[in-house]
Design a protein around this ligand. Structure first.
Ligand code: PLP
Length: 472
């Protein structure tokens, strides 16, 4: 793969060497940030932890208005599969702009849309693609989830939904009802009814306190009992909604055997299996789609983020047999974003041509191996886990004695995040108490960049630990 880092037209340097040579970043007052704090909603989130005003970006790197370069391991919350402003996506967008194509077409078709659907179907497992339909949704992942819930309810004639602790599916009413994190669910009004939250196979903090293979059996048997016991108190659901690797929930990969079990149970009981690949889709986990790790197929697949090549796009691909809703049953104005489709097609093709899924798998392994080496010297790292370039470090308290697993330490995780930022590394937190440091770099990240990323992380970790000791 060619190096993506270069001088930009404006003269900024985006190279590993330049990044390496930057002194620790300073966070002096900045007009843009001050105006943002005054003008924007109290619900704003990322700027509170990542107080940067961004000016330029290329590949893995972003430049802020103070002239500081950062490695962006958040990458639009996993959206930028090819990194910032990749020539392949920029060229596709430019070609669309120059072609005279209408940029917005509702759900009318165009050659660009047709090419996008062809490219996406070609990337899906052939047996699934052969009997699939696609619905273009409003441009967010949450809207794809809302569409999936609606379709499953219409197709099955049932109203209940099963979802999982730690799950994240977006912030709209239906999606929020499925969320694990209680914070955003604290609303005065009601959420969607008939939602059953089930234990997710989070082995490190096993919901049954047993862990390992036995916990997979217990988890599956619990779901089976809900579906079969006439006294379970729970009506058969329309759908089970699941992330193959929980992202916001703290980078928790579900074991293949558990996923296979869920697939079998949903099939046996006429329940639609909705796989949410909004974050995992398009190579991120080392396969084009994360469900391929388990050798299963969904009934409904929801994709967004990377599928638009950095622009807003959301689609739902589902088994033809479920296509029982009426014309207009799910609509939305912004479903015809041609630039996003062009950028998405280019991204899909580039990921395939360059073998970026395998590259992500190798880079993820490299990252996790090095993080596990660091773990030996830092007891505050409870676990390093992930799949492909979706990697998490769970930070734990070293003060507590005797517990089977040390308690999550969100305060320390935040301190590490802030030190990383000073070292020029943007990472986000997730999981219980925000104690999981998450790495979601572009799939194009190179081995030397992984090595430097780990070096920076280790330095930041050391500083955060020292500060914590000094504070007592
Ligand atoms: N599903 C998953 C797995 C996600 O990670 C996200 C967002 O992070 C969503 C759904 C919601 O997507 P959006 O923020 O575009 O609504």
């Amino acid at each position: 793969m060619e190096s993506l880092h270069r001088w930009t037209d404006s003269g900024s340097i985006f190279t590993l060497e330049h990044f390496r040579q930057q002194p620790p970043r300073e966070f002096k007052p900045d007009d843009l940030l001050e105006r943002q704090a005054v003008r924007e909603s109290n619900a704003r989130s990322y700027p509170r932890r990542i107080p940067l005003a961004l000016k330029e970006a290329h590949g893995l790197y972003v430049l802020d208005t103070r002239g500081q370069v950062f490695m962006d391991c958040l990458a639009g919350a996993g959206t930028l599969a090819l990194g910032h402003n990749h020539p392949v996506t920029i060229d596709a967008m430019r070609a669309t702009l120059d072609s005279g194509l209408p940029l917005h077409t509702l759900d009318l078709t165009t050659p660009v849309k047709d090419a996008f659907v062809e490219a996406l179907f070609a990337a899906l497992p052939p047996a699934f693609a052969a009997q699939a339909r696609i619905q273009f949704c409003g441009p967010t992942g949450a809207d794809g989830i809302e569409a999936a819930l609606k379709l499953a309810k219409i197709a099955t004639g049932r109203k209940g939904i099963f979802c999982f602790s730690g799950g994240y599916h977006g912030m709209t009413q239906g999606a929020l009802s499925l969320m694990g994190n209680l914070g955003p669910k604290q609303l005065p009004g009601s959420l969607m009814a008939d939602v059953q939250v089930l234990p997710y196979p989070y082995d490190y903090r096993c919901p049954f306190n047993i862990g390992g293979e036995a916990s997979i059996d217990v988890g599956l048997s619990y779901i089976e009992q809900l579906l079969t016991d006439p006294e379970s108190g729970v009506l058969p659901p329309a759908a089970v909604v699941v992330e193959v690797v929980q992202g916001e929930g703290g980078v928790i990969p579900a074991p293949a055997r558990w996923l296979q079990g869920v697939r079998k149970l949903t099939q046996q009981h006429g329940v639609a299996l909705i796989i949410d690949e909004v974050q995992t889709g398009l190579g991120r986990t080392g396969r084009m789609f994360a469900f391929e790790h388990a050798g299963i197929e969904p009934d409904i697949l929801v994709l967004s983020k990377a599928i638009g090549g950095g622009l807003p796009l959301s689609v739902m691909v589902y088994r033809e047999a479920l296509d029982l809703w009426k014309p207009g049953a799910h609509a939305g104005t912004f479903r015809g974003n041609q630039m996003a489709m062009a950028a998405g097609t280019a991204t899909l093709r580039y990921i395939q041509e360059q073998g970026l899924a395998s590259h992500a798998e190798a880079m993820g392994e490299r990252l996790m191996t090095q993080l596990r080496q660091i773990q030996r010297d830092y007891p505050c790292i409870g676990q390093v886990r992930g799949r492909g370039l979706m990697v998490g470090v769970e930070v734990v308290s070293t003060a507590a004695q005797g517990a089977r697993v040390a308690p999550a330490d969100g305060v320390m995780a935040k301190a590490i995040q802030q030190q990383c930022l000073r070292e020029g590394v943007i990472i986000e937190l997730g999981g219980r108490h925000g104690a999981v440091v998450r790495f979601l770099p572009p799939l194009t990240i190179q081995a030397a960049e992984i090595d430097l990323l780990v070096e920076k992380f280790q330095f930041a970790l050391g500083k955060a630990c020292l500060d914590s000791e000094l504070r007592g």
